[in-house]
Each structure stands twice: as structure tokens, then as C-alpha cells.
Ligand binder design. Sequence first.
Ligand SMILES: [Fe+2]
Length: 215
Amino acid sequence: MMLPSGGKVPEVMSLRSADLQLFLTSAEAAIRHRSGVDGPVSLAAERMFTALQAPSAQAVRPGAARLPVCRHLATTLEHARRQPGPISALADAFAAIEPQLNWKVRAGAETLGEHFLDGHANATIMGPEGLEKRRDVWIGVSLMAPHMRYPDHRHPPEEIYVVLSDGQWRQASDPWHEPGIGGLVYNPPNVMHAMRSTERPLLALWFLWTEQIGS
Ligand SMILES: [Fe+2]
């Protein structure tokens, strides 16, 4: 291939921004730091981050928008940044891409009351409406104000949450537990799960392996 004068590869060659790549690299490091070697989380991470090595050919730029609940982001991220280990770098990398995100309420949230409607927001980072449009991996973020309960839900793709704040999770009728900042939650396909914030906002990244269901 002939390179332009100066020998630099043209910018248009790269469909994934450096900030987005740093976010992915930091997320993988944070997951691998806590996932063990050969357990289900490790295997799920291997599937997802291997697929993510290839940028999608469909880079998109959705309109960025915040919701009022996003006022909790700054202090929540600041708290995560003060933690030891790779979660601090992940908080930084997420903060760098956050201004590009299109925050929305959960589909159907109107039926769950004003308290929840005003107290939560989700955004897609990779996936159908993400910064990089792709079908094999769906990455997003959820934010909740204090004292908020996210509805129990289930979905065919397996899921890893990377927890960036205080907050509690549970599966099926198991007891609630608090993973802590940097903790992971793994949901096998179709398991019922929920999360709730306590006296501080809840912020978590989620990673869904959607390849096998072709969503
Ligand atoms: Fe989920």
C-alpha cells in the first residue's frame, strides 16, 4: 500500500477511537484481575474480548445526551478513581468516553413509577446503538440514584457486570450481596437477576455475549 507523504497511516483507517480502545483494554484488565483463570467469567471474557479485537466496520456516532440522574456521575467516578488496582484506570477510561454516550431510561420504565423513571439511566457503549455498532458483544452502563431498585430481568446472553460503585446484586431468590468497587457479577444465560443502590449511587458496566443469539 502506498502511504501518504510522511509515512503515516491515514486517520480514516481506524474506525475505533483511541479513547474507546483504551476503555476496552482497561475493562478487560479489570475483569481479568478478578475473574480467576478458567471459571465462567474468565471464559466469557475470553469470548468477548477476542471478538472485540476486530473493530466493527460500522462506526456510528449517536447523539450524545445526559439525563438529570447523570448528576451523580462525577462523584461516583471520583470515588472509583481512588480505588487501588485496574478499576481506577477503568474509571478514567470510562470518563473519557462518557461525554459521547446517549443516556436513556430503560424501555418500559414509564410503567414503573416516577421514582424509578427519574432515578436511573442506561447507555450503550458497544452494540446496536453504541459508539461502535456490532452484534456479537453488547457493552453498556447503568446508573442509579441512591435507594433505587432495578427491576428483576433475564436475557439469553450471558453477562458480566463490572461494579464501579457501592450497590447490591442478586440472582433468582438468592440473598442480596455487595460486590464492592471492582467486583464482578456473572449471570449465566436466562438467570433472573436484579440490582439496587443503597445510600450512594450505583454505577456498573455490563458486558453481554450476544453472538450466539444473533441479536
Ligand atoms: Fe442484565
